[in-house]
Design a protein. Structure first.
Length: 424
């Protein structure tokens, strides 16, 4: 791991600001998950709230990136952090931590709206502060810090919520946004030429869509990502909280512990990248990651066996170990995959198009999650584990199929490169 990258002041401030913000987000999300499940006891209601958060991303996503590409990225992210801090402080003063479902709906929508503009801005900033040859190491190091944050946040969020309630959690999240804004204030970014011709707005939106079709490898990777957000993440985001809290009745801290294993997998995936990046090419690395995801899904399949479910119900510790193991394998594999995916598009898409690409990518992934939340919310409410697990298995098969064009194109490029080397 290239720790020397932290000598880059912009990189250090970028990572610190993002880590602080992520800590607060997860801290609050874990508490809200427990709050909503305790309030409603329904997987479908819980999934509906998650689905609500992606609606603004679906409706406004294609336009957000074009707007972001015309704005000062640094001022945009600072403004969004400050406005979210103010919102949470007002929410705290008005509700005293006692939220009704309607208030939760408004909060979810507001934060989703902010994320529409924040995400593309952050995506665009990272390549500006890194050299192209540092992108893989930079993303790996950044991910290590982010996932370290994700280890602590769920356990602390669940503990603080269980002991002190939602009020303290909301205050901590507001504080993290303020700290994040202060760190971003000291970043120094190069000036980019901005195209502010109002008449070309829709043309620029369309340019963002065309990026997805110019390279079959990008098309294949994005399609793969959409399938992950339809079938994979909603299963973990809806299914695991519902199963742990409502079916297996584990404690808040036990639930937070299971959630904390996800970032452990992510962190170790960075070490795996360092070990294999000189031994495996890009296509081989992605194939390796997909095999790992398939392995985790096979273990999920044990939940269709009634005797195994009955065994888990006899011990909370056994339940935590089982779900933690699945989380570890899945997110070790996905974290490994993600480093190559992000580095690939950062190095192959022009910076002036990254904002548009990022916002449309967020929109497509959000649409996928919306569908997935609805599907799994309904299926888990039937309390027949076979249904959601069968849907998950179908999704993994589809991921393998859409990955084929990427492998074919990469193989052709590799063959051409080898031929050129031989000629020399």
């Amino acid at each position: 791991m290239n720790m020397a990258l932290f000598k880059n002041k912009n990189f250090s401030l970028f990572v610190f600001g993002q880590a602080t913000s992520i800590f607060g987000d997860i801290f609050l999300n874990i508490a809200l998950s427990l709050y909503v499940l305790n309030l409603t006891g329904s997987a479908e209601q819980f999934a509906a709230i998650l689905a609500l958060g992606v609606i603004p991303q679906i409706l406004l996503g294609p336009f957000a990136g074009t707007i972001v590409d015309r704005l000062d990225k640094k001022k945009t992210i600072i403004f969004l952090d400050i406005i979210r801090c103010i919102y949470l402080l007002v929410l705290l003063l008005v509700t005293r931590g006692e939220l009704q479902l309607n208030t939760i709906y408004i909060t979810v929508l507001f934060f989703s709206l902010c994320d529409i503009f924040f995400g593309p801005s952050f995506i665009t900033i990272f390549p500006l502060i890194m050299k192209k040859e540092e992108l893989v190491d930079g993303n790996a190091l950044k991910n290590t810090v982010m996932e370290g944050t994700r280890i602590a946040a769920p356990v602390l969020g669940a503990f603080i919520f269980g002991r002190y309630g939602l009020m303290i959690v909301i205050f901590v999240d507001a504080l993290t946004y303020l700290i994040s804004a202060l760190s971003e204030l000291f970043m120094k970014l190069p000036l980019l030429q901005k195209n502010s011709e109002a008449g070309r707005f829709m043309d620029e939106v369309w340019d963002g869509f065309k990026v997805f079709l110019k390279d079959i490898r990008i098309t294949s990777l994005v399609a793969n990502g959409i399938l992950s957000h339809v079938f994979l993440f909603p299963f973990f985001l809806v299914g695991f909280p519902y199963l742990l809290i409502q079916i297996f009745a584990v404690s808040e801290v036990a639930y937070g512990t299971v959630q904390s294993i996800m970032p452990v997998g992510f962190i170790l995936s960075v070490g795996l990248v360092s070990l294999t990046k000189n031994k495996l090419n890009q296509a081989e690395s992605i194939n390796f990651a997909i095999v790992g995801m398939l392995l985790s899904v096979l273990f999920v399949g044990l939940l269709i066996i009634p005797s195994f479910v009955a065994l888990l119900k006899t011990s909370s510790l056994l339940t935590v170990i089982f779900f933690s193991f699945i989380n570890f394998i899945m997110f070790l594999s996905f974290g490994y995959y993600g480093v190559y995916f992000v580095s690939f598009y950062q190095s192959n898409i022009p910076n002036q198009l990254l904002g548009r690409f990022g916002s449309i990518l967020i929109m497509l992934f959000a649409a996928g999650r919306f569908i997935g939340f609805k599907i799994y919310g309904y299926l888990f409410n039937q309390e027949v584990f076979l249904y959601p697990i069968a849907v998950l298995a179908i999704g993994m098969i589809l991921k393998l199929i859409v990955h084929i064009p990427f492998m074919i194109k990469e193989r052709k490029i590799q063959d051409i490169s080898n031929d050129l080397v031989k000629d020399i």
